[in-house]
Design a protein around this ligand. Structure first.
Ligand code: FES
Length: 107
């Protein structure tokens, strides 16, 4: 049984807040987990090549693996991530920490 708990609070462009529980989703991107939970977030290429899925990370960026499911083909700002390829760092899942990451969609 897992002892960790990782939740991402996602603010969309209309300032609606969604909670994404990443438990059991160690290998998935934020967009993939959102979809599985019927949360619609913007995307286009889903391969790190556009800005459609870009988000500002406002809390705990150090717990994110920016290239979890693919390689970024464009540069983003230091405080941003591409949610189609970004997921949680493995170390967070094994640490037993309670982690609450916050991101704000830019599109
Ligand atoms: S959807 Fe294009 S970079 Fe994520």
């Amino acid at each position: 049984m897992s002892t960790w708990n990782v939740v991402i609070t996602v603010k969309d462009i209309e300032w609606k807040t969604h909670l994404l529980d990443m438990t059991g989703h160690e290998e998935k991107s934020i967009i993939d987990v959102a979809e599985e939970n019927w949360i619609e977030l913007p995307y286009s290429c889903r391969s790190g090549a556009c800005f459609s899925c870009c988000a500002e990370v406002t809390k705990w960026k150090e717990h994110l693996d920016l290239e979890k499911t693919g390689e970024a083909l464009i540069d983003v700002e230091d405080n941003e991530c591409l949610t189609c390829i970004c997921g949680i760092k493995k170390e967070v899942f094994t640490s037993g920490e309670q982690v609450e990451i916050e991101i704000e969609m830019l599109n």
